[in-house]
Design a protein. Structure first.
Ligand code: NAP
Length: 287
């Protein structure tokens, strides 16, 4: 039987509507909307589109938003000064500096400069640490989106074997903590894992975030597993530039019980979790 498609786009629409309603209440109670500042330090069109989309998403749910486009040559100290000005700005609840940043900028320093309660990307060491020890914190948007997809599709996690392919700071590592929090038994794979397909075949829930187009094939999937494909890759197919995930979707959907596509899966959830984190931060700031 073909798999249930975990429709990230529809879920994202539903959650954004919930956020829009909560924003109306927030505005009534506190006299201002939640505010998000997005800083872009580069000139490429793809990043500009990301930032523009974040601005649009804010408008949709009724947030106040600021977008700052800085040239790629901006000195680190100027970027730090801008972040610090948003740290002090009471109309701003969330600050996001779009990455990757130019080479002369130390991303870790920038992430540490963002006030931890405005760090809606969840990259500040305080937020990363608090996630590990189970304290309230802001959590990286992509893994947060994945766990929300699993929760809303009622995928059982307690006592289940979860396998994560990829151990990046923004996806794989926070994903470990979120799955542990749900009492899954978690295995993490990476480029030195000896038998990736074998590890994946053990998974009741398989999360793939490796950045390799259609790398995980049907023979790496346990029949009846749930598969979440975080991968966002662009390849040439039939003369067109198309987006594909890290999982060979067409064949995987014949084996899995449920699977998220790419595009239309994790991507729309990530930006939605950014809105959710900003609302969460705003609630802390008015307390
Ligand atoms: P990343 O920082 O490049 O990390 C890739 C991870 O995959 C690393 O841990 C790497 O292992 C592992 N890996 C690479 N090749 C492997 C292989 N052959 N076998 C096993 N593991 C392998 O990537 P990322 O930022 O986590 O992103 C991963 C994918 O998700 C990309 O396609 C990205 O575009 C996508 N993504 C999507 C969203 C979204 O919102 N939809 C958000 C973030 C990322 P090592 O650690 O050993 O190098």
């Amino acid at each position: 039987m073909p798999a249930t498609i975990i429709d990230g786009k529809a879920l994202a629409r539903q959650i954004r509507e919930e956020i829009r309603r909560d924003t109306e209440i927030f505005l009534r109670e506190h006299g201002r909307p939640p505010g998000l500042a997005v800083i872009l330090v580069r000139d490429d069109p793809a990043s500009k589109t990301y930032v523009r989309n974040k601005g649009r998403a804010c408008d949709e749910v009724g947030f106040f938003s600021r977008q700052e486009h800085l040239p790629a040559t901006t000195p680190q100290k100027d970027l730090i000064a801008l972040v610090e000005s948003f740290n002090r700005d009471a109309s701003i609840d969330g600050i996001l500096v779009q990455h990757p940043m130019p080479k002369h900028i130390d991303e870790a320093t920038i992430f540490r400069t963002i006030e931890s309660q405005k760090d809606v990307d969840g990259f500040h060491p305080l937020n990363v640490g608090n996630l590990c020890i189970g304290q309230e914190c802001l959590i990286s948007c992509t893994p947060l989106g994945v766990i929300e997809m699993l929760r809303r599709y009622e995928v059982p996690l307690l006592g289940k074997r979860a396998v994560i392919a990829g151990r990046s700071n923004i996806v794989g590592k926070p994903m470990i903590q979120l799955l542990l929090r749900e009492h899954a038994t978690v295995t993490v794979c990476h480029s030195r894992t000896v038998d990736l397909p074998g590890e994946c075949r053990n998974a009741d829930v398989l999360i793939v975030a490796i950045g390799k187009p259609e790398f995980v094939r049907a023979d790496s999937i346990k029949p009846g597993a749930t598969v979440i494909d975080v991968g966002t890759n662009f390849i040439e197919r039939d003369g067109k530039n198309v987006q594909v995930g890290d999982v060979a979707f067409e064949e995987a959907k014949e084996i899995a019980a449920a699977i998220s596509p790419s595009p239309g899966g994790v991507g729309p959830m990530t930006i939605t979790m950014l809105l959710s984190n900003t609302l969460q931060a705003a609630r802390w700031h008015v307390k």
